[in-house]
Design a protein around this ligand. Structure first.
Ligand code: NAD
Length: 355
């Protein structure tokens, strides 16, 4: 699969992008060009097989930089682009939305313009096969009640600066398809978790706090529901969509694994009790409820029927198997996350204010 094809992966040093790059290198014959600005969230150590790999190249570039992108398109003449470059952390978007507007909206626009220019210059057969996949989130759909699921036709109702910026970028991608004919696809995915996840996100944050015997801060009453997907299942889904998805379509990606945030944290506590017990007692005693995030959506859940029936995708990991693998990975790969903690980053999860 993908033999002799060149794929641009933007944001390939991030959490999901690096999983996509690892999958493309390990499981397909694609040549991969990883284009990443290397923000605080990036980590090239997340692609251990990259060093000297004959089908891998890295370019440090900003997707807002049109001339840099143009040079890359001219140099590598890709067959497909997978756009995962983004500012992705909701809490940061509340404190500083500017970077989200810039990268997620202006960056997507710039990438679309350069991809369009490249696509228009391709010979007919290659132009017909060219694809641009824009990777987005289920957060664009807003918050759900207790029963229903997000489908590809759920109206957009973003509530945070992050989700509003992603919604804007999705609309731009749609418009470039409808107006200029650029062969685009969009995926909207639920919350990912797994190896190489940056420590500020909920699951790694709780694993590392728990290992350190520190307080585990849970927003609000802990009853916000998310639909969790193991990142490697997402990477396989994205590859399938680029290869076999219908141009112009949106595909929702989700693991059918709804859990409250509190249940997620309790599961992590129980796994840590098994694998790294604390002399002071069970990890659940460290849980503290803290003031909720403003605009915190209550529930997200994805109906992935279209992806499953059209492209035959299935999540391979249940939440139980995936979280077990994830906790073990953090225990066995301390050097990866210790380097990030030592480098220091401005933590963007709120502190504890109440039990
Ligand atoms: P991440 O923050 O871990 O990685 C983002 C990467 O993009 C980083 O390597 C960063 O350096 C790079 N980047 C940021 N700004 C850039 C710019 N201007 N130019 C080039 N590179 C830039 O994010 P992630 O969790 O891997 O998410 C990837 C994509 O998937 C995002 O579009 C996000 O909205 C979407 N998504 C994420 C989740 C999730 O649960 N993490 C779920 C659904 C969709």
């Amino acid at each position: 699969r993908f033999a002799d094809k060149t794929i641009f992966v933007t944001g390939g040093a991030g959490f999901i992008g690096s999983a996509v790059v690892r999958h493309l290198l390990d499981d397909t014959g694609a040549r991969v060009v990883n284009i990443d600005k290397l923000t605080y969230a990036a980590n090239l150590a997340s692609i251990p097989q990259a060093g000297g790999h004959p089908r891998y190249a890295f370019a440090q570039a900003d997707i807002c930089d049109g001339p840099a992108l143009r040079r890359l398109f001219e140099t590598y003449a890709p067959d497909a682009v997978m756009n995962l470059a983004a500012e992705s952390h909701v809490d940061r978007s509340i404190d500083g939305p500017g970077a989200f507007i810039h990268t997620n909206i202006v960056g997507t626009f710039t990438l679309l313009q350069e991809a369009l220019r490249h696509w228009r210059g391709l010979p007919q057969e290659r132009a017909a096969a060219f694809r641009l996949l824009h990777v987005s989130t289920d957060e664009v759909y807003g918050s759900l009640g207790s029963e229903d699921l997000f489908t590809e036709t759920t109206p957009y109702a973003p509530n945070s600066p992050y989700s509003a910026s992603k919604a804007s970028s999705d609309h731009l991608v749609r418009a470039w398809r409808e107006t200029y004919g650029l062969p685009t696809l969009v995926t909207n995915c639920s919350n990912n978790y797994g190896p190489y996840h940056f420590p500020e996100k909920l699951i790694p944050h709780m694993i590392l706090k728990g290992l350190a015997g520190e307080t585990l801060p849970v927003y609000g009453d802990g009853q916000n529901v998310r639909d969790w997907l193991y990142v490697e299942d997402h990477a396989r889904a994205l590859t399938l969509v680029v290869e076999h998805g219908r141009v112009g379509e949106t595909y929702n990606v989700g693991g059918r694994n709804e859990r409250t945030n509190l249940a997620v944290v309790e599961t992590i506590c129980d796994l840590l009790d098994r694998d790294a017990p604390q002399p002071a007692g069970p990890h659940r005693r460290l849980i503290s409820f803290v003031t909720d995030r403003p605009g915190h959506d209550r529930r997200y859940a994805i109906d992935a029927t279209k992806l499953e029936t059209e492209l035959g995708w299935r999540a391979q990991e249940s939440f139980e198997t995936g979280i077990d693998k994830t906790v073990r990975w953090y225990l066995e790969n301390r050097a990866w996350w210790q380097a990030i903690l030592e480098r220091g980053y401005q933590a963007k999860r709120i502190g504890v204010v109440a039990r």
